[in-house]
Design a protein around this ligand. Structure first.
Ligand code: NAD
Length: 423
């Protein structure tokens, strides 16, 4: 069977995803038909987006939307604005969304979108025209029951508000449920901003409890100090953990006595968004990964833990806040060292879980308290962790492959039950 002989490169995100998929498919004994269906995105749309720039010229941007699988429900996934956006990356991210939604048991398939652009070089007006034009071109793809975008790198609440407005104009009625990650006043959910970091904290607690380690006094290092990293660090510190190091694009900040996370967040917010100049011992992002801590949370970007540095990692638990922070060929080294890795598709699924709650609230026209959002999201994360842990014990496999086994098994079963191959 083709998956038995497939080899995959590690720097291509789709290939990296497929190497884990292959391993899980072998364990599940997935038949060749299901394998071929699930590895292929159901829909890939590429559009050329003409935008009138502020200086009167017309620039054409390339935009993508990939629906990897929509059999558990409408496809769900963010929209990324970055010069690195390409079809392979969007395909990988869309597949990860399928597995992520399935692993936490929310009724969504997986999708992802992106526009190849540098949002920092565009004015607000240009960004608005670009986002609206992209929405116009995707009007037949998007829909509250079809495909529901959300923010990703380079996009945020403002872009979601424009998408919601443009889509609503095109269909002729207000449709807040077409997109999540909206501003609160426009139908966003309480708890959404903190949701991913909160899920990282809940996953960390679950992992530590399996290892019989108390979070109180236990040490950790967090790479990345944006939405996911800073909120993870804050909530881990609130559990009594000592955060010895944090980092961002400006480098790492280390204090053997523990970093005051609230102070670091306040510093970042008053310092143009970075930690540059924050008072602590300076280390590099690479050194942070290799610190002697119990828990390591990579929460910045992909390809940070590789076959080159995996052997030097000392943490007992890695909780992947970022998407794809570990390349596939580092997995074996981490496994050999006995490190428990809570994989991205489980650890950072708190965000999409609360996005789902946002969509539910939009459809109900009724809003939940933050306490209710958090309680339900925590329950989803704990249940998913236990299911993945049980699969890892049953098959004697890593938590990463177990997460793929749980999710691919679920999507394959639905595929069979529905008895069809398309959307
Ligand atoms: P963000 O833009 O808010 O923060 C990114 C952080 O990483 C910033 O502190 C930035 O300075 C830092 N960074 C950038 N380049 C770096 C580098 N070379 N070395 C070290 N740090 C660097 O982004 P975010 O929303 O926190 O997302 C972080 C990761 O988590 C991404 O992989 C994203 O896909 C993933 N994720 C985010 C969410 C969410 O809800 N925001 C959900 C699931 C997964």
């Amino acid at each position: 069977m083709s998956q038995k002989t497939a080899t995959h490169s590690n720097d291509n995100p789709f290939e990296s995803m497929m190497s884990r998929f292959d391993e899980a498919a072998r364990i599940l004994g997935l038949d060749e038909g299901s394998y071929n269906v699930l590895k292929s995105p159901q829909k890939s749309v590429i559009v050329s987006i003409p935008v009138t720039m502020d200086n009167g010229t017309v620039q054409v941007f390339e935009g993508f939307r990939v629906v990897h699988n929509a059999n558990l429900g409408p496809s769900k996934g963010g929209i990324r604005y970055s010069m690195d956006v390409n079809l392979d990356e969007v395909k990988a991210l869309a597949a990860w969304m399928t597995w992520k939604c399935a692993v936490v048991g929310i009724p969504y398939g997986g999708g992802k979108g992106g526009i190849k652009c540098d949002p920092r070089k565009l004015s607000k007006g240009e960004l608005e025209r670009l986002t609206r034009a992209y929405t116009d071109l995707m009007v037949d793809v998007f829909g509250p029951d079809k495909d529901i975008p959300a923010p990703d790198m380079g996009t945020g609440q403002q872009e979601m508000a424009w998408i919601m407005d443009e889509y609503s104009k095109l269909v002729g009625y207000s449709s807040p449920a077409v997109v999540t990650g909206k501003p609160l006043v426009l139908g966003g959910s309480l708890g959404r901003v903190e949701a991913t970091g909160r899920g990282v904290m809940v996953s960390t607690r679950s992992a530590l409890s399996k290892l019989g380690i108390s979070p109180v006094g236990c040490t950790c290092a967090v790479q990345g100090f944006g939405n996911v990293g800073s909120i993870s660090a804050k909530l881990l510190a609130m559990q009594g953990m000592k955060v010895l190091a944090i980092s961002d694009v400006t480098g790492g900040y280390y204090n053997p006595e523990g970093i005051d996370i609230e102070a670091a967040i306040a510093y970042r917010d008053s310092n143009g968004g970075t930690l540059e100049g924050f008072k602590a011992e300076r280390i590099s992002n690479e050194q942070l990964l290799e610190l002697d801590v119990t828990v390591l949370v990579p929460a910045a970007m992909e390809n940070q833990i590789t076959a080159d540095n995996a052997d030097r990692i000392k943490a007992k638990v890695i909780v992947e806040g970022a998407n794809g922070p570990t390349v596939a060929n580092a997995d074996e080294i981490l496994n050999r060292k006995g490190i428990m890795v809570v994989p991205d598709i489980l650890a950072n699924a708190g965000g999409v879980t609360v996005s789902y709650f946002e969509w539910v609230q939009n459809r109900l026209g009724y809003f939940w308290t933050e306490e209710r959002v958090n309680r339900r999201a925590d329950r989803v994360m704990k249940t998913a962790f236990e299911a993945v842990y049980a699969a890892s014990q049953k098959h004697n496999i890593s938590m990463r492959i177990a997460a793929y086994v749980v999710s691919i098994g679920k999507v394959a079963e639905v595929e069979k039950l529905r008895g069809k191959f398309g959307i």
